[in-house]
Design a protein around this ligand. Structure first.
Ligand code: UDP
Length: 453
């Protein structure tokens, strides 16, 4: 049975009334557009610092999207797991955006892998929050990542509202392109993702490629998958006073070649390939050592947590400790200066659902050398705003970096094109497109209700 047919069947089977819904819910008028939505982010909080552990692009995505939705009169309540005792039950993130902390399991010591066992507890917390409101408080559920999808599945059914889901990453896609020795995602996640694909009213994919992956790997009904490119905060990420000024602020040499890595340090992001490429370049031209700095900004995450010293050890083995500078994850305002200061951002990732850092660096006027995987061919205009590379051979990355050594003006020229390219990725556009997906999901609900009511 197709995803669409199964949903129609499900709705018909229960006369399009969610199981257990109180009678006032059954008769509730479905508005044209949601006034308030429940956004679910079980495993990571939008209030956490991205760039390490479980906090990364999805956190940024949720914060930026929620703010922009609120600005177009769609209130957002974000449910996330409480990870310290000191957290208040609810925090206003911005006008119209509330973060609700849900008690589900101990505050500390739970890894993401342990969270499937806490989903009932989390759902209980979401239901408790809902029970304190008037009927129809939430018009729609938008869940992020498969763990939240499972909570959203039940909540949306119970409330009789549409479920819109964004995978962010998919087990089957990650497993198909693992770095050597990396740990595959478990079968339970694959099954969980398949269930969400069947349950969701709409799926939001970052790119057309991700939409194809949903269809190919998870048998998603094509017409229910909407492509919405994520955005970049163009107020925060912009060239401002340029490369030289940013280098001065960060104490970096004005004339150095600076290939930057920024993001979570884990095998799938492949910062090791950048280090190998740098070793290649230094072998070819030892004089470069005097005018090269390689910042690595971010902290360990995922399977990278098993060997947090791994990258430091690799730099030592390659004899490049003098050029590599490890920096802990930092706030986006500071990260923007790292982007501006860099000659080029390097992303040799094995898989990348979109790769926000690529678009952020470009918005700051810095070109990108990236693996041609996932969303990166959308984020980077090959030959214009950067270079895309097939595969993960460090020699290819060294070859792509060499022109930046030979032609110091290249970073500025490509950087200017990159800044122009990034202009088309504003979050306002992403929020408007997401609101349109919500509207369609609600229209479909109304249509089904009138057809079967
Ligand atoms: N980031 C940050 N501080 C850091 C490193 C990264 O705030 O020190 C943010 C960065 O601005 C970006 C996000 O973390 O928005 C990473 O998103 P991306 O899509 O590149 O990777 P993901 O973490 O989703 O795999």
């Amino acid at each position: 049975m197709s995803q669409h047919a199964s949903r129609l069947g499900g709705l018909r089977g229960r006369s399009h009334i969610p199981f257990g819904a109180p009678s006032h819910q059954r008769l509730r008028r479905i508005p044209r557009r949601p006034r308030r939505i429940a956004m679910l982010s079980v495993h990571t909080s939008p209030l956490h610092q991205p760039g390490t552990g479980d906090a990364g692009g999805m956190n940024v995505y949720i914060v930026e999207l929620a703010r922009r939705l609120a600005a177009i009169d769609i209130e957002v309540e974000i449910f996330t797991r409480a990870t310290t005792a000191a957290l208040p039950p609810a925090v206003e993130l911005a006008p119209g955006v509330l973060v609700r902390h849900v008690d589900a399991g101990p505050y500390e010591g739970l890894a993401k892998e342990d969270l499937p066992a806490q989903l009932c507890a989390f759902t209980h917390g979401v239901m408790q929050a809902w029970a304190g409101h008037r009927p129809g408080h939430y018009d729609l559920v938008h869940s992020h990542y498969w763990l939240s999808g499972h909570v959203g599945w039940l909540a949306a059914e119970r409330w009789g509202v549409p479920l819109v889901h964004a995978m962010h990453t998919m087990a089957k896609v990650k497993n198909a392109a693992l770095a050597v020795g990396d740990t595959p995602e478990p079968a339970a996640r694959v099954i969980g993702e398949q269930q969400i694909v069947r349950a969701a009213d709409r799926l939001i994919a970052n790119t057309a490629e991700e939409a194809e992956e949903l269809v190919r790997h998870y048998e998603a009904a094509r017409e229910l998958v909407a492509v919405v490119h994520p955005g970049v905060n163009l107020d925060r990420f912009r060239p401002t006073d340029g490369r030289a000024a940013a280098r001065a602020r960060l104490g970096l040499p004005a004339d150095a070649l600076i290939p930057l890595f920024a993001g979570r340090i884990q095998p799938l992001k492949a910062p090791d390939i950048l280090l190998h490429a740098v070793a290649h370049l230094l072998e070819e031209d030892p004089s470069l050592r005097e005018r090269m700095v390689v910042p690595v900004v971010g902290g360990p995450s995922g399977s990278g947590l098993a060997k947090p010293e791994g990258l430091h050890k690799l730099a030592a083995r390659l004899g490049i400790c003098d050029v590599v500078r490890f920096r802990p994850p930092c706030a986006q305002d500071e990260l923007a200066d790292w982007y501006r200061a860099a000659s080029v951002l390097v992303m040799p990732s094995y898989s990348e659902s979109f790769g926000l850092v690529a678009i952020e660096a470009q918005a700051c006027g810095t070109p990108v050398v990236a693996a041609s995987v996932g969303g990166l061919p959308v984020a980077v205009r090959d030959g214009v705003s950067g270079t895309l590379i097939d595969g993960h051979d460090p020699a290819d990355y060294a070859r792509a970096l060499r022109p930046f050594v030979q032609d110091p003006g290249r970073a500025d020229r490509m950087g200017a094109a990159a800044a122009r390219h990034a202009q088309s990725f504003g979050w306002d556009t992403a929020a408007a497109a997401t609101a349109e997906v919500y509207t369609e999901a609600m229209r479909e609900r109304r249509r089904l209700r009138s057809a079967h009511g």
